[in-house]
Design a protein around this ligand. Structure first.
Ligand code: SF4
Length: 235
């Protein structure tokens, strides 16, 4: 992969529907992963939203920053996908830039909070920038967020930290729900999760080290596996 990015990465070709034009109250997703343990506390469903106006050098999510195949869902349907997954403690919104879809994601987050499911959000904005926003959707999404990881990935500050890939990024506990984790937030990263789908694509999710791609190729080669494909999707 390119470099450690602020959030995750997996570019699956699962479930991707033909691109539809979303309304303000629909979420536009590039990927969904259930049972993820590397992007927040506990088992979580991760929604990777499509689209981010920035182009940070080294961003790991480059393939989903612009237009492309998307799954477009209204908030009820998006929340339902998460609530139907067995044993999930929470949901993590990554991307892409979740706050570019703040209205719709706030509605999803509200439904999750009502059901007792926690919400974690990655953003390239700082918490201060978000709090200064006049957009009511931004305020609504912040109000429904338990954990916010803020700031863009900065290549020069690349670091292996819990749930984030550069030292400028901060983990904010916005509600008391995860107050017990406060002392652990400067811990090292928790690595990357690999999944194999039915078509033998290998997906990964988490915040990888800068040499992750090379190490994955070497590990595969030493076991007689040839890994081909582009960053994040190996077959
Ligand atoms: S803000 Fe995040 S998702 Fe957007 S380009 Fe920067 S690192 Fe990538």
């Amino acid at each position: 992969m390119r470099r450690t990015a602020r959030s995750v990465f997996t570019l699956g070709l699962w479930f991707i529907h033909a691109t539809q034009r979303p309304t303000l109250m629909q979420v536009r997703l590039a990927h969904v992963l259930h049972g993820c343990t590397t992007l927040g506390p506990g088992r979580r469903t991760v929604l990777w939203v499509r689209g981010c106006a920035r182009r940070c050098p080294g961003c790991i999510a480059t393939p989903i920053l612009g237009e492309g195949p998307s799954l477009v869902l209204d908030p009820d349907a998006a929340a339902q996908r998460i609530l139907e997954a067995p044993g999930e403690e929470g949901a993590t919104f990554s991307g892409g830039e979740p706050f570019e879809q703040a209205d719709a994601l706030a509605a999803v987050a509200d439904r999750l909070q009502s059901a007792g499911v926690s919400v974690m959000v990655y953003t390239g904005f700082t918490l201060g920038e978000l709090r200064a926003s006049p957009d009511p959707g931004v305020a609504a999404l912040l109000a429904a967020t338990d954990i916010l990881v803020d700031g863009p990935f900065v290549l020069e500050q690349q670091a292996d930290l819990l749930w984030r890939g550069s030292a400028n990024q901060r983990v904010h506990l916005l509600t008391p729900r995860y107050a017990h984790l406060a002392a652990t937030l400067d811990s090292p990263g928790v690595g990357v999760e690999l999944r194999l789908d039915r078509e033998s694509n290998v997906f990964w999710a988490g915040v990888p080290s800068s040499d992750f791609s090379a190490r994955l190729r070497r590990a595969g080669a030493s076991r007689g596996m040839l890994l081909t494909g582009h960053e994040g999707v190996w077959a």
